[in-house]
Write a protein that binds this ligand. Structure first.
Ligand code: ADP
Ligand code: MG
Length: 693
């Protein structure tokens, strides 16, 4: 249970003075709905308001604080024109400009003849000096309160900097005194402040540097977050180790049949990975292994062969996919092989209901099913195996750690194989999977042709559409991915619908549309039509399901490719080039194209190696921009930025390992404090793995 000392931080933001039901949703959108979320909402810079020139010396484009006498009001005479107020000092006059200004309010704020302190961005405009929508207008008595260095917070529509600053201050006032959870010697070596001091410091930066990511206070907070992350992963891992494993060895009789039925030979990488998996399974420990490999690198076969060991041993295996369509695809791939080997295969998804579902469950419990494929439906409580020995989780990032544990709980000493197609750089791997063992499929099956990737300005869209039309006439099947508009799913959808209309006009009605707002069954239906060849073009928002296999698709068009992360572009491109025909990928970009975006597109053009792309992605990420990782489901950090604090990650991992080796149940005084840290970063599930949790 969360310690009482943290209750004020986990109270809703409405517990803060001045935050009512109207503002709460805005804060929720901006930072999160809890007080603690505001603590993690860090300034992105500062505004220095200490500059206090006279009007005549106030330079264009600089923030200044001026002491002025109110001269006259000039209410707006048409809705298009702003309300203006003239103020002056002994050196000259300037205008304050208010669009849609309310006269009664402005007259009350700026009474003619009175003196006011005004702070804002000075603009020289048509030979006049003006400040549009000043940030502060206060009486002379409050001058010192305004003439400070102000933190600048990222905002959202409806929340002003002033409101956010005030609420963050209120949140800081609720910070309890917590025991130090870091090792004191380490803290001293790093010259880091206490947690509380660090929080105060990052929210009161004295200059731009202090608002940056590389200050001792900021690094301390980043390390806290990384330590919580690494400790939680290590604890889950330790829990799995505590549960004894069982040695699983097959006799190879089923494998031989399946290998004989395969129309190809395993690649070197597949054989090597399978060897690593076999060794884990044969050992009396629990396997917890990640099989990493690009889309199309052949993970499914490796998983199937691993499952066969369990079945040969007389036990059962399960494989879980994140979506219905993927589960069905696995079933379609595996079924003929299973038949060749005399395996009993079943599929269980959310669509199976009533009698059909009962039949599957009964067979499963009786041990009449060797391998169960499915979706989240496998988690349901009444799904019971006779003897589950191996669980394979495909595209793991859609599932959480606790779901992994849930599936493991359905058998005794279940070995786990987790598969992901997201190429993850080694550093990030550590944040997502801790010390999980890793096998990499770093070799494509033979015969794959490279995808011809072109980077083209959007201005040439018509030309590209014409080329796509010719490809369709030649029998090609085309994915057309529409822009990602971060802020709003609705505008994503509008763009995709618009493109769908446009392409339908060009190519006729063999153009389908899928998007995130569709019901899963409707979505699957469209995808299935595309897979079956009833549609030539599939227009999609970014929902093209991870792993969907339509080998006949040979053209991938991505609009506004500059808005996608590298990992995502790579995943999308991986949808084509899966068959033996030549494939193409068109990356259409809009202007302006920033340096980083340009570099990303260039990498896409230059290589198809997912691991190389992933490393570049991490290297290019600047200023906390999590390219692609948001979509890939990797953990997002609130305080740590791995491009900057990456080297702290290894230290956090080492510290977590050391702590657990000395105090596995976190019962020492430092252990107790670390529990608080885990709760602070909402790693509650990890604490529950403790025997005395
Ligand atoms: P992943 O799940 O890693 O994206 P799949 O397992 O779906 O990839 O494999 C992609 C395609 O490659 C499938 O059609 C599969 O039959 C084929 N394949 C797998 N291994 C090999 C191999 N060693 N040689 C040739 N083709 C292979
Ligand atoms: Mg796959």
């Amino acid at each position: 249970m969360r310690p009482q000392s943290l209750f004020p931080l986990f109270a809703p933001v409405t517990s803060l003075p001045g935050v009512g039901p109207r503002l709460a949703p805005l804060y929720e959108k901006l930072a999160g709905g809890k007080v603690v979320d505001l603590l993690w909402h860090l300034p992105s810079g500062v505004i220095d308001r200490r500059f206090a020139p006279k009007v005549a010396e106030a330079p264009d484009g600089k923030v200044a604080t001026l002491v002025l006498r109110v001269d006259a009001h000039f209410p707006s005479d048409s809705p298009k024109r702003p309300y203006r107020v003239r103020l002056a000092d002994e050196t000259g006059f300037l205008h304050l400009v208010f669009f849609h200004g309310r006269e009664d309010w402005l007259r009350q704020q700026l009474p003619v003849g009175e003196t006011r302190v005004v702070s804002g961005m000075v603009e020289h405009f048509n030979n006049e000096i003006q400040i549009t929508h000043p940030d502060h207008i206060v009486p002379l008595s409050q001058r010192d309160e305004v003439m400070t260095v102000e933190p600048v917070y990222p905002l959202t529509a409806g929340l002003t900097g002033r409101l956010v600053t005030k609420s963050v201050k209120a949140a800081l006032a609720k910070v309890p005194d917590l025991p130090e959870w870091q090792d004191p010697a380490w803290l001293a070596r790093q010259h880091w402040p206490s947690w509380h001091q660090a929080l105060e410091a990052v929210h009161a930066p004295a200059d731009e540097y202090a608002a940056g990511q590389d200050t001792p206070a900021r690094r301390r907070l980043a390390f806290d977050e990384l330590l919580a992350n690494q400790l939680a992963l290590a604890m889950v891992r330790a829990q799995m180790r505590r549960l004894k494993g069982r040695p699983l060895t097959g006799d190879g009789r089923l494998r031989q049949k399946v290998l004989a039925a395969l129309p190809f030979r395993l690649t070197g990488a597949q054989a090597r990975s399978l060897g690593e998996i076999d060794a884990d399974m044969a050992a009396p420990i629990r396997m917890l292994r990640l099989l990493q490999g690009d889309v199309g690198s052949g993970k499914t076969v490796v998983a199937l062969l691993a499952m066969l060991s369990a079945v040969e041993h007389g036990a059962q295996a399960a494989m879980m996919a994140p979506t219905e369509i993927l589960a069905r695809q696995h079933f379609a791939t595996i079924a003929p092989l299973a038949e060749a080997a005399g395996l009993r295969l079943a599929l269980l998804t959310g669509r199976d209901k009533g009698k059909a579902r009962e039949r599957i469950l009964a067979a499963l419990a009786a041990g009449e099913v060797d391998i169960l494929l499915g979706t989240h439906a496998l988690f349901q409580e009444d799904v019971a195996f006779k003897d589950l020995a191996l669980a394979v989780i495909d595209e793991q990032h859609r599932f959480g750690v606790h779901q992994r544990l849930e599936l493991a709980a359905k058998g005794t000493a279940v070995d786990m194989l987790v598969m992901t197609a997201t190429p993850i750089p080694r550093t990030l791997l550590l944040t997502a999977y801790g010390d999980m063992d890793v096998s990499r499929l770093d070799e494509k099956p033979p015969g794959r042709k490279p995808v011809d990737t072109r980077v083209v300005p959007l201005a040439r869209l018509d030309e590209m559409a014409a080329a796509v039309g010719r490809a369709i006439a030649g029998g090609a099947r085309v994915y057309w991915v529409c822009p990602l508009v971060e802020e709003s799913e609705t505008s994503d959808l509008a763009a995709a619908e618009e493109r769908h209309r446009h392409l339908t006009e060009l190519f006729g009605d063999r153009v389908g549309l899928v998007h995130g707002r569709m019901k899963p069954t409707a979505k699957d239906a469209v995808m299935e039509r595309f897979a079956a060849g009833a549609l030539d073009v599939l227009v999609a928002t970014t929902v093209i399901e991870v792993g969907v296999d339509v080998p006949a698709a040979t053209v991938m068009v991505i609009e506004h490719a500059e808005r996608f992360g590298l990992a995502q572009l790579h995943q999308l491109r991986g949808r084509v080039g899966r068959g033996d025909k030549d494939s193409r990928c068109l990356l259409l970009y809009g202007h302006p194209l920033g340096e980083v975006a340009k570099a990303r597109l260039e990498i896409m053009r230059a290589t198809e190696d997912g691991f190389a792309i992933a490393e570049e992605d991490l290297r290019l990420r600047g200023g906390g921009e999590m390219l692609g990782t948001r979509q890939s489901g990797l953990p997002e950090f609130r305080l740590a930025d791995l491009a900057i604090h990456g080297e702290l990650l290894a230290a956090a991992r080492d510290d977590a390992g050391l702590v657990l080796s000395r105090d596995p149940d976190l019962q020492s005084p430092r252990g107790e404090s670390l529990r608080v840290l885990l709760y602070l970063f909402e790693r509650d599930a990890a604490v529950r793995t403790l025997r005395s949790g």
